[in-house]
Ligand binder design. Structure first.
Ligand SMILES: [Zn+2]
Length: 210
């Protein structure tokens, strides 16, 4: 699970185990959960790697444990969601090729190329689900552009975020933390969760300051 963390990466990292995360409901059965240890992982942001603590929760009802990832990370990716988003956004806007976008984001070219390929491969599905999410949130209609799916998907994420930003708390998170949150961190995974599913199971919780 991803929670809509508004903290800067370095602030989150400096809190270590003391980071306070809003307690969610179990995504499987909606019953209360208890905090249940956690683990350390790395995140790279602005060319620096930091160690961050990821709390886990355990459901009292079904016994399942879930990691609570802050919205600035993507599941199984070292780099912050904003870095991937910056590269994807630049390429979508045709503002630059992958190489200059990678340099601007401070990530290796091969990493950026991997994000762009994965996003391109999933662009059609992402475009459709973020357009639907945008409509669900009362946003503007996203015009389908199946001949330019990469651009369509990036535009749909931007439009859905604009709609979400009208709700309390979301504006400060930015489009890519928003995208990470509603896909459960799977934006650039082989199989992404649809943001519809996330909303359907009421994981579209408003951001709160920890
Ligand atoms: Zn449960």
């Amino acid at each position: 699970m991803v929670w809509p963390c508004p903290l800067r990466v370095d602030v989150y990292a400096s809190l270590g185990r003391a980071v306070k995360v809003p307690r969610p409901r179990c995504p499987s059965c909606s019953r209360p959960v208890v905090f249940w240890s956690g683990y350390w992982r790395h995140v790279r942001w602005r060319e620096r790697e930091r160690k961050i603590f990821i709390p886990r929760v355990r459901c009292r009802g079904c016994g399942v444990t879930h990691a609570l990832l802050p919205a600035f990370v993507l599941a199984r990716r070292l780099d912050a969601a904003e870095s991937a988003g910056a590269v994807i956004g630049q390429v979508a806007a045709a503002a630059s090729g992958v190489r200059p976008a990678a340099a601007a984001a401070g990530v290796p070219y091969t990493t950026a190329r991997g994000w762009v390929r994965r996003f391109a491969g999933r662009a059609g599905g992402l475009a459709v689900s973020f357009s639907a999410l945008c409509a669900e949130l009362g946003g503007e209609v996203v015009r389908p552009d199946p001949d330019r799916r990469f651009r369509w998907a990036a535009g749909a994420i931007g439009a859905a975020f604009t709609a979400a930003a009208a709700l309390p708390g979301w504006a400060a998170l930015g489009a890519w933390r928003f995208a990470s949150t509603v896909t459960g961190g799977s934006l650039l995974a082989a199989n992404a969760s649809s943001p519809w599913l996330v909303i359907g199971s009421r994981r579209f919780m408003p951001p709160r300051s920890p």
